[in-house]
Design a protein around this ligand. Structure first.
Ligand code: ATP
Length: 408
């Protein structure tokens, strides 16, 4: 007999409706279904299609995953207030970071927040998730949402290429332009002046993160972005993201060293010049470096300000993913980054069928969830369980569907 244990969260009906209705009709259908009071009746009517011989006991299945108060995300609190808010979603590869980030962005936009969703993952999947072409490294409007929602896939491939070609341009002016575009032009000047040009010859490790940081600096400073009240980051798997968060400190320290070196060189040169009687007035470039340091400090403070920024850890109920999430939380705490929510994604709903595989798998998942509850790093976080659905979550209506399950 076919396994029907996941059909309580079935997207099948959604796809079948999509084929015949326009997308707005589909959105309306799903917002109706996912009002808690409508769960039972709507599911019974929507999944009791010829595809399914018997009506499913959906009320039992849905409620058993979704009812405990501790599993609610507290979305009201996330959506309240017009102050600019940053949400970073991160975790192990493949756990559903993009789906959770995209669904959160759709939900914010549908609640009236002009929103940007930014991917800092070099292997982007925002375009796949929204089923729209969002590539190109620029803000692209997402279709099918109520308030402005823009997506941005930061393009590290292009940045690396630009880096290489910029270095080859005559006089290094290309490199200056490139670094300027990242808000780091001053650094290029200083490196060249200090004859540290070779540092600019090959793309340094961390260039992807530096690009993301430069974007964050633009969000903080530029008028162009000031109207957006929610910015959601779909981050890269753990290692990359930790580098991203520690980069402002690293750059700050490097800039500090460069400034010290520069001061030494400047005082040595001016001593020689004064001996030779050639004291000349010159702009104090250290001021500009100092400016850059201040901007870095702003980004660092932004990451660590619990009033404006929250990191949401996404995981799945496996021992390996839970262990990594625990380590991630330790590192985030060390970085001073505020975390209070943990999404456990792809939880198999309790099965009404006799599928042995699903039963075993669910037991295994429940053990991993117990592990979370007993883990000193994770037990204090608000645990949000998101069910495994039986189809890929792609396109705005599907993301809205997911958002209404996860972000309540
Ligand atoms: N709750 C869910 N039920 C079913 N499928 C899901 C669920 N969450 C995510 N998926 C699917 O799992 C796959 C991976 O999801 P997603 O791209 O969001 O993960 P990710 O953590 O961002 O991955 P990566 O680390 O590769 O960027 C996608 O095909 C997505 O549709």
């Amino acid at each position: 007999m076919a396994c029907r244990c996941l059909t309580s969260f079935s997207l099948v009906s959604f796809h079948r409706f999509s084929a015949t209705n326009n997308s707005m009709g589909t959105v309306a259908l799903f917002s109706h279904i996912f009002k808690p009071q409508n769960y039972t009746r709507s599911f019974l009517t929507s999944v009791s299609s010829p595809l399914y011989r018997k009506p499913l006991k959906t009320s039992f299945q849905v409620r058993s995953v979704a009812t405990p108060a501790e599993t609610e995300a507290g979305f009201d609190e996330m959506v309240s207030g017009s102050q600019r808010k940053y949400y970073m979603l991160g975790g192990k590869g493949g756990v559903g970071k993009t789906s959770c980030a995209a669904s959160l962005a759709v939900k914010f936009a549908n609640q009236g927040h002009p929103t940007i969703v930014v991917s800092t993952d070099p292997a982007h999947s925002l375009s796949d998730s929204f089923a729209q072409d969002l590539t190109g490294g620029e803000l692209v409007p997402v279709e099918g949402v109520d308030s402005p929602l823009f997506a941005l896939e930061i393009n590290p491939e292009k940045a690396r290429e630009d880096f290489r070609t910029a270095g080859q341009k005559s006089g290094g002016s290309g490199m200056k332009d490139f670094m300027d575009s990242m808000g780091l032009g001053m650094l290029a000047d200083q490196l060249r002046e200090l004859k540290l040009g070779e540092l600019l010859d090959t793309p340094p490790p961390g260039l992807d993160e530096a690009l993301s940081i430069s974007k964050v600096m633009q969000f903080v400073e530029s008028q162009e972005y000031s109207r957006f009240t929610r910015i959601v980051f779909d981050t890269a798997p753990t290692g990359h993201t930790l580098r991203l968060l520690s980069l402002p400190d690293f750059l700050d320290a490097s800039l500090g060293k460069i400034m010290k070196l520069k001061k030494k060189l400047t005082s040595a040169t001016s001593a020689i010049k004064s001996v030779l009687g050639k004291q000349e007035a010159r702009q104090d470039a250290s001021d500009k470096l100092e400016q850059l340091r201040e901007r870095m400090a702003k980004v660092r403070d932004l990451f660590r300000n619990s009033d404006t920024t929250e990191f949401v850890i996404v995981t799945i109920p496996t021992v390996m993913a839970v262990s990594e999430s625990s380590r991630l939380h330790t590192s985030l705490k060390k970085e001073g980054v505020f975390v209070q929510r943990l999404i456990v994604n792809q939880v198999i709903p309790p099965s009404a069928s006799d599928c042995k595989f699903c039963g075993m798998k669910r037991k295994d998942q429940m053990r991993a969830i117990d592990m979370i509850k007993n883990n000193s790093e994770l037990s204090g976080l608000r645990l949000i369980q998101a069910p495994l659905v039986d189809m890929e979550i792609r396109g705005v209506p599907a993301l809205k569907f997911m958002g209404d399950m996860v972000w309540r």
